[in-house]
Design a protein around this ligand. Structure first.
Ligand SMILES: CC(C)(COP(=O)(O)OP(=O)(O)OC[C@H]1O[C@@H](n2cnc3c(N)ncnc32)[C@H](O)[C@@H]1OP(=O)(O)O)[C@@H](O)C(=O)NCCC(=O)NCCS
Length: 195
């Protein structure tokens, strides 16, 4: 990751990877994301409301703005830069529940169906992990993942996430109409330094 400083008011910078860029979430990405939200895997494995309507997109935007202002969220659009002006949204990756006192937070992510299996989630999550530990001085980053989600588990393993335990039937899937067991992983600042 290129050297980046935290600008005023905790506004996250755009994070530049080899292939993807992570741009702070903005209204301009909403239309594209509403289109992508027709994929059921997103509702199976994340906490997004189902079915996802425009109202949810607007609520998300409002929450992200408030959370960014208050320093409790850092959410990014994962984009493929075609050129300086034209950027295609391929997913979302971000950190929420930033607890400033304990320097802890939780990370979530999703990638558009057609763009999966190309290493984009791995690249994007690596950028966020570097940003959160290096710039935001986080101490612990938590990542949760359903036992039925091998792709996400692989991403977490590649990040160096350490398994802590399983929350039994913790998340309800509106798609499967059943509860998922959720595995909890974390990365600590000292582990990140050793990578
Ligand atoms: C999880 C998710 C973000 C992964 O995105 P991605 O861009 O495809 O991830 P990557 O390509 O970086 O890595 C995925 C890895 O999982 C592996 N994988 C994919 N499907 C798999 C499966 N069914 N079983 C085992 N491994 C699998 C891939 O081979 C790859 O590993 P590799 O690099 O060693 O080959 C994407 O599948 C997604 O958006 N799913 C729906 C939402 C979601 O689950 N979000 C995470 C909530 S915890």
């Amino acid at each position: 990751m290129k050297k980046q400083r935290l600008p005023k008011k905790q506004t996250p910078p755009t994070l530049l990877g080899e292939r993807v860029q992570l741009a702070p979430w903005q209204k301009r990405y909403m239309e594209q994301s509403l289109h992508i939200m027709k994929d059921k895997a997103l509702f199976d494995f994340t906490n997004m409301p189902y079915p996802y309507k425009r109202k949810h997109g607007l609520d998300f935007l409002k929450r992200m703005r408030k959370g960014t202002r208050e320093g409790t969220d850092a959410v990014f659009a994962i984009v493929l830069p075609k050129n300086k002006k034209n950027k295609t949204l391929i997913g979302v990756c971000g950190v929420n529940k930033i607890d400033k006192k304990n320097k802890c937070a939780e990370m979530g992510y999703w990638i558009k169906k057609e763009e999966r299996g190309k290493g984009y989630a791995t690249e994007a999550t690596n950028l966020i992990v570097d940003y959160m530990f290096k710039i935001r001085r986080l101490h612990r980053l938590e990542i949760r993942c359903s036992t039925l989600n091998p792709a996400s588990k692989k991403v977490i393993k590649k990040l160096g996430g350490v398994y802590e335990g399983t929350l039994r039937k913790e998340k309800h899937s509106p798609i499967r109409k059943a509860y998922h067991d959720i595995e909890v992983y974390s990365i600590l600042q000292e582990e990140w330094r050793k990578r």
